[in-house]
Design a protein around this ligand. Structure first.
Ligand code: CP
Ligand code: NVA
Length: 309
């Protein structure tokens, strides 16, 4: 078996992604009662940014797998002083069986994985949030059935971690993924290239829009996220004015032209900004199922990664 990491959505092949989504359903439905972390095996869960869902879902999920979660605020580690990421990785692998890390630049988690003898999992970077998108895909499958051919439209900051992960993860699942973003906030070209490469394999598609109405037309799923991600609070950009037309509200939801559209938001939501109360609390909203599914999807992912070592 070879050591595998999950740093971005296309670290899983389409078949591997589906295998993990099916295992996630098994965990949710009580069929996946195995305890692959019994012993217990330990998993370090390290945060350089704040978190509610990721922390709680990993900590409880690892315990349910029979493992021991070691949750650490990175500000209390030597990592924040002069110890290198690579030396930290070498040390962690002497204690734990997997490392889950929420950090800033993707290059940091790439460095961690390059020196790690145990699986490394991206719990959010500036560029990707792949664990969230596993949960999102589980949620969409529950509501709409098989993913290939479904249309998902993301509205908002097209260059943030959620937009990028939905593009790459959705294309991996064979979905038609659209991103609608204001001028200057389009997805990064290298991410679009990666998503289109996957779409060419799976029969999915990837499109970018600069206005929201056409982008949501015919969408089975509409997703949005914060206009200001963690770490962007003082980046000097106007993160309100250009985004207002992209607010996920009842009018835009109706523009899908579909009755059964599902609404996704990874949370935390900024009610009244990127999404209205009416939509977030309305019948199309799947956001709290999404939050729950973080735990099931991550249990499946950790099981899969640890069994591959
Ligand atoms: N969706 C998500 O990752 O939430 P947290 O920031 O609370 O972990
Ligand atoms: N894009 C958001 C996601 C939060 C879970 C952020 O990075 O802050």
């Amino acid at each position: 078996m070879t050591l595998r990491h999950f740093l971005r959505d296309d670290d899983l092949s389409p078949a591997e992604q589906l295998e993990i989504l099916e295992l996630a359903d098994d965990f949710k439905n009580g069929r996946g009662s195995s305890t692959p972390l019994a012993g217990p095996k330990s998993v370090a869960v390290i945060f350089e940014k704040t978190s509610t869902r990721t922390r709680l879902s990993f900590e409880t999920g690892i315990a349910q797998l029979g493992g021991h979660p070691v949750v650490v605020d990175a500000r209390t580690m030597q990592l924040g002083r002069e110890e290198t990421i690579e030396d930290t990785a070498r040390v962690l692998a002497r204690y734990v069986d997997a490392v889950v890390w929420r950090t800033f630049a993707q290059a940091r988690i790439d460095a961690m994985s390059s020196a790690s003898d145990v699986p490394v999992v991206n719990a959010l970077t500036n560029e990707f949030h792949p664990c969230q998108v596993l949960a999102d895909l589980q949620t969409v499958r529950e509501r709409h059935g098989p993913l290939p051919g479904l249309t998902l439209t993301y509205l908002g900051d097209g260059a943030n971690n959620m937009a990028h992960s939905l593009l790459v993860g959705g294309a991996t699942a064979g979905m038609n993924v659209r991103a609608a973003a204001p001028h200057g906030f389009a997805p990064e070209q290298w991410v679009l290239d990666a998503a289109r490469k996957r779409a060419a394999e799976t029969g999915g598609s990837v499109e970018v829009f600069d206005s929201p109405t056409g982008a949501v037309s015919g969408a089975d799923v509409v997703a949005t996220d914060s206009w200001t991600s963690m770490g962007q609070e003082n980046d000097g950009k106007d993160r309100v004015g250009p985004f207002r037309p992209f607010q996920l509200n009842a009018e835009l939801l109706a523009a899908t032209g579909k009755e059964e559209t599902s609404v996704l938001h990874c949370l935390p939501a900024h009610r009244g900004w990127e999404i209205t109360d009416e939509v977030l609390d309305g019948p199309s909203s799947a956001v709290f199922d999404e939050a729950e599914n973080r735990m099931h999807a991550q249990k499946a992912l950790l099981t899969w990664l640890v069994q591959r070592r």
